[in-house]
Design a protein around this ligand. Structure first.
Ligand code: ADP
Ligand code: MG
Length: 329
């Protein structure tokens, strides 16, 4: 490698490169380059804000993923929180704690993936911070989005009698991770669900526009754990049908040989599907024109707690729990 290629960009040269790549948006008066960005919000809209921290070897392993995909995922999992309220993402902020082992081309690869996913969502990277890290690679991501006043789908709106729906399929990401942990190469489908999840923005916005859902969140910690948040916030209980859980062909194939894999669909996490409740029990039919299918998996009831019922009517006990950073599970 020549000396020129080896040279590390200065902080301000890198920021200038980011500014050129980030582009702009109609809501932006001023983007990257000053002390603050300046943005306009329509008068009838509320601002949604969400933030997440991603730490190497806690949330990701660099040897499992390309830096481009890591950048994409860092944006996607945060955009998923905007999808989970039914909002439109506007602006993203990216803080990078950069270890000395990450060279310029790797940082640019990471940023390119992040910006690609951001543009895909119709949003703009408008700011951040870039520092050296003496240890792991750290990414702090913040997303702002907009939603018509009073329309955000919160966790506390589920009512007794509502149907429970989930988008896409469950467990694929966790099954992909299981293979990676075992030192095996997951199939392309499972690997994609783990490395490059897709925020369900269109579905979230459609549910808001149609006024159909009563409560919603995205499944990041696992169905049981995340449905538990809706139940607790809404002070209700639920019953779900195990055999109704939507599964991909790849997942179903492995499940046929190992029924315990149901636990990954129930508690594996990192699905980034939307889980929502609605008074209408026939939404699956209304949703036909949508790119991502939805499945009715159960209903909300008055009796507290969550019951998972099998086809023969008996209860299913999941032996896996959602992830808790402080419990270290
Ligand atoms: P300050 O000293 O005001 O914090 P910086 O020199 O850190 O300013 O940043 C200058 C500009 O570059 C700001 O607009 C900031 O938001 C942006 N910026 C810095 N790092 C990043 C990054 N990793 N991604 C996007 N924008 C960034
Ligand atoms: Mg700064």
């Amino acid at each position: 490698m020549t000396e020129q290629q080896n040279r590390r960009l200065g902080e301000f040269e890198l920021i200038e490169w980011i500014r050129e790549q980030a582009g702009t948006g109609t809501h932006l008066t001023l983007g990257i380059g000053d002390d603050c960005c300046i943005q306009r919000l329509a008068p009838d809209q509320e601002l949604l804000t969400t933030t997440d921290l991603l730490i190497e070897d806690v949330h990701f392993k660099r040897q499992w993923t390309s830096l481009y995909d890591l950048g994409r995922k860092a944006a996607a999992v945060n955009l998923s929180d905007i999808a989970a309220m039914g909002g439109q993402p506007l602006s993203l902020y990216l803080g990078i704690g950069r270890p000395t082992t990450l060279d310029d081309s790797q940082v640019k690869e990471l940023l390119s993936g992040f910006i690609y996913q951001t543009r895909l969502a119709g949003a703009v990277l408008v700011g951040g911070d870039t520092c050296g890290s003496p240890g792991p690679l750290m990414l702090s991501v913040t997303v702002e989005g907009s939603i018509p006043c009073g329309c955000a789908l919160r966790r506390d709106g589920a009512r007794v009698g509502d149907s429970i729906y989930v988008s896409g399929t469950l467990g694929d990401s966790a099954l992909g991770l299981k293979h990676l942990l075992a030192g095996k190469e997951p199939s392309a489908d499972l690997a994609a669900r783990f490395h490059t999840p897709e925020p369900r923005l269109e579905l979230g916005q459609w549910l808001v526009a149609e006024g159909l859902a009563t409560a919603m969140l995205d499944v990041s910690d696992g169905l049981i754990s995340d449905l538990g948040h809706i139940l607790q916030s809404s002070a209700v209980g639920a019953e779900i049908a195990l055999e109704r859980l939507p599964l991909s062909a790849a997942f179903a194939r492995e499940l046929a040989a190992d029924r315990a894999l149901y636990d990954l669909a129930l508690a594996g996490g990192e699905d980034y599907e939307l889980l929502f409740t609605a008074a209408d029990s026939g939404l699956e039919q209304r949703n036909v024109e949508f790119p991502v299918p939805i499945t009715r998996i159960g209903r909300i009831c008055a009796e507290p707690g969550l019951r998972i019922v099998q086809a023969d009517g008996t209860a299913y006990t999941c032996s896996k729990h959602g992830f808790d950073h402080f419990a270290g599970s």
